[in-house]
Write a protein that binds this ligand. Structure first.
Ligand code: NAP
Length: 280
């Protein structure tokens, strides 16, 4: 029987509607709307599109967008000064510095300079440490979106075998902590995993986040597993995930498509994180 296809657009719309209500309730207490600062350095066209979408999403739910677009040749010192100003700005609850940064800038140092209380991408070492220790804090948006998708599909990770393909700081590692925190038994695979298929077949929850088109084939999926495809790969056939969707959906119990699965969740969770930061 074909898998249930998890509709990320619909789940993201629910999250946005929930955030809009929270913004409405929170604004009178704050005396202003929650605010998200976006920092876009340089002229990378993809980054410009991502930031524009994030700003539009803010406006839709009533979050104030404070946009900064310093020149591409800004010095490390000047960008650090801009981050320090935003850290101190009381109207700014969240700061998003769009990555990648131009090569002459030290992105780690910029991220590390963010006030962890405003780190709505959840990328600072403090945020990562809190998450690893299962302490409250801001969690990276894409892994949070994966957890929302599982919840929407009625999949409780507790006691289940979960396998993540990918160990990046952005997706794989934070997702490991989230699934472990939700009481799954979690295995993380990477490019040196000896037999990827064998490990993936153990999964009742399988998350692909490798950035390799069709890396996960149907024979790597156990019957009835929930498959979440984080991969976003631009190919001659258009945007595809890391999972061979057409074949996989004949085996899986539930599966996310690409596009329309994890992608829409990332911005929705950024909005949710901004409200969380404002409330804190
Ligand atoms: P990344 O930093 O490049 O990490 C990729 C991970 O996959 C690495 O840990 C790598 O292993 C592992 N990997 C690569 N090839 C593999 C293979 N053949 N077998 C097993 N593991 C393999 O990428 P990322 O930032 O985590 O992103 C992953 C994918 O998700 C990308 O397609 C990205 O575009 C997408 N993404 C989507 C969203 C969204 O909103 N939808 C958000 C973020 C990312 P090693 O560590 O050994 O190199």
């Amino acid at each position: 029987m074909a898998a249930e296809v998890i509709d990320g657009k619909a789940v993201a719309a629910d999250v946005r509607a929930r955030v809009a209500k929270e913004v409405e309730a929170l604004a009178p207490d704050l005396g202003r709307p929650p605010g998200l600062a976006t920092v876009l350095v340089g002229d990378d066209p993809a980054s410009a599109i991502y930031v524009r979408r994030k700003r539009e999403a803010c406006e839709e739910v009533g979050i104030a967008s404070h946009h900064h677009e310093p020149p591409g040749d800004i010095s490390q010192e000047d960008l650090m000064a801009m981050i320090a100003e935003l850290n101190a700005n009381e109207e700014v609850d969240g700061i998003l510095c769009q990555l990648p940064l131009p090569d002459h800038l030290d992105a780690d140092a910029i991220v590390n300079a963010l006030d962890p209380g405003k780190d709505v991408d959840g990328l600072t070492p403090i945020s990562a440490g809190r998450l690893a220790r299962n302490e409250p804090g801001l969690v990276p948006c894409t892994p949070s979106g994966v957890m929302e998708l599982l919840a929407s599909a009625g999949v409780d990770p507790s006691g289940k075998e979960a396998v993540i393909v990918g160990r990046s700081n952005l997706v794989g590692k934070p997702l490991y902590s989230l699934l472990l925190g939700a009481n799954a038994t979690v295995t993380t695979c990477h490019s040196r995993t000896a037999d990827l298929g064998e490990v993936c077949r153990r999964a009742e929850i399988l998350v692909a986040a490798a950035g390799k088109p069709k890396l996960v084939t149907a024979d790597m999926i156990s019957s009835g597993a929930t498959v979440i495809d984080v991969g976003t790969n631009r190919t001659d056939d258009g945007l595809v995930g890391d999972v061979d969707f057409e074949a996989a959906k004949e085996v899986a119990g539930a599966i996310t498509p690409v596009p329309g699965g994890v992608g829409p969740m990332t911005i929705a969770m950024l909005l949710a994180n901004t409200v969380k930061a404002a409330r804190a």
